[in-house]
Ligand binder design. Structure first.
Ligand SMILES: *Cc1c(COP(=O)(O)O)cnc(C)c1O
Length: 431
């Protein structure tokens, strides 16, 4: 079903890939086969409801390991909010992916992953506690914590960098309690990620059944395809003229869009929009991949210098650089430009962008300036309220805070401060 991109003879089931995250050689899993959707599917596509659409797209990747009724239940549980495409400018749509519980697009992947694990734990009587451990630069932690909250048999441990996440992001991580522990790390995101990786090769922790919930996990990655299918269904576009711009950090979301295309979704062109962490825009110019040191920006969820999912993109394009170039453009934007982007669209159509969505909007405009035909869609990956300070100071306005956020602000934060790997290990062993 899935093979390791490091060793193509290492083939595992969906369940195995779900519970291990990474292959033993630390490379990523990838579906052995990407099947085209049937003519029948396309005949009904435009009027298909979201759950059926999702079932048709995902079922091939689960390969009967979860029975049909259960998979349908998982899908219903995962997609219990809306994904509207909103017209914000002439021929430009914003695909709003922030209507979920933690107001960022990662909710879908996190909910799907937790629901699948929940299914296997309940139905196969695993009687050992599983620890899901995850490093976050902001949005992943909240989405994963929320997805796994209250699931029996799973302990969630989240590492986040001190003072590098927004106020609301921190509240979302630290106020859940129950089976969720938040560890504040004295250092940058990279340090958190390093520490998480170290736990997987630490022999003393072997018995703990650790698993990662970062976007490299196929159960978080694959369902992101649905955004592209849903948007294509909802937008009135003639065949093959849709351009999609994706704000990118670890490149899982964009990569899922490309997988959707491989299944037959007729997207004409992709734009990868990044912040100053421009490893991929540089790669698209030179063909040479050079990982970079991470730079902190106002789009913190995209502060990644060595995007893990890019190898999957190369695989989709059979490592053919010229082919990839035909279908992908990549641009970087500075914080200054991003703030100008927020201002531009607000003054034009009173539409509020979060900084991540703003880079995607700018990338789309840049591409469409030279390719004006067609319909543009950018992915608005977080609610602007999550980045309140940046958005308010860019626009000089006060934004109304929704009720559920005000409630969050009244809750008490609960976190454990750790300085180094030894302290993390102690914490895990004590549980
Ligand atoms: C995670 C995240 C991104 C980047 O997505 P990748 O799949 O890592 O490229 C963009 N915007 C927001 C708001 C995010 O949380």
């Amino acid at each position: 079903m899935y093979l390791s991109l490091g060793n193509k003879k290492d083939v595992v089931s969906f369940k195995k890939a779900l519970f291990t995250g990474l292959a033993p050689d630390k490379s990523l899993y990838y579906p052995i086969e990407v099947k085209k959707l049937s003519d029948d599917f396309w005949k009904n596509f435009k009027k298909m409801d979201t759950f059926s659409l999702a079932y048709n797209v995902l079922t091939g990747y689960i390969n009967n390991e979860i029975p049909k009724e259960n998979l349908f239940e998982i899908i219903k549980r995962t997609l219990d909010f809306n994904f509207p495409s909103v017209l914000v400018d002439k021929n430009i749509y914003s695909l709003e992916l922030f209507h979920g519980p933690t107001m960022a697009f990662k909710d879908v992947g996190a909910k799907f992953m937790s629901a699948c694990m929940d299914y296997f734990i309940k139905n196969e009587n695993l009687n050992h506690k599983i620890t899901v451990i995850v490093a976050t630069s902001g949005d992943t932690g909240g989405a994963v914590a929320n997805g796994f909250l209250g699931i029996d048999g799973v302990d969630v441990v989240i590492l986040y960098p001190k003072e590098k996440v927004s106020e609301i992001q921190e509240l979302q991580l630290t106020t859940l309690g129950n089976n969720v522990s938040a560890l504040e790390v004295d250092g940058y995101f990279d340090k958190c990620q390093e520490m998480v990786k170290k736990t997987f090769v630490d022999k003393d922790l072997n018995k703990k059944l650790l698993t990662s919930a970062n976007s490299i996990n196929i159960a978080r990655w694959i369902p992101q395809m649905l955004y592209y299918f849903i948007a294509y269904r909802d937008i009135n576009t003639e065949k093959s003229n849709l351009v999609v711009s994706v704000p990118s950090g670890n490149f899982g979301n964009l990569c899922a869009g490309m997988l959707a295309k491989k299944m037959g979704l007729p997207i004409n062109h992709f734009v990868a929009s990044t912040n100053e962490n421009d490893t991929i825009p540089k790669f698209m110019k030179t063909g040479e991949y050079k990982k970079q040191k991470t730079i902190s920006t106002i789009t913190n969820a995209m502060d990644v210098g060595n995007p893990s999912n890019f190898v999957r993109i190369l695989n989709i394009y059979n490592n053919d650089f010229d082919n990839l170039k035909k279908e992908l453009s990549a641009y970087k934007f500075s914080d200054k430009e991003t703030i100008l982007g927020i201002k531009e669209l607000y003054h034009k159509s009173k539409y509020l962008l979060d900084p991540h969505g703003a880079t995607a909007y700018l990338g789309l405009k840049k591409y469409m300036a030279n390719n004006p035909k067609g319909i543009g869609l950018f992915l608005e990956t977080a609610h602007p309220i999550k980045f309140l300070d940046t958005v308010e100071s860019a626009l000089n306005v006060k934004i109304n805070i929704p009720e559920h956020i005000l409630k969050l602000k009244k809750k008490k934060k609960s976190k454990i401060v750790i300085k180094n790997y030894e302290q993390l290990k102690c914490f895990l062993l004590s549980r």
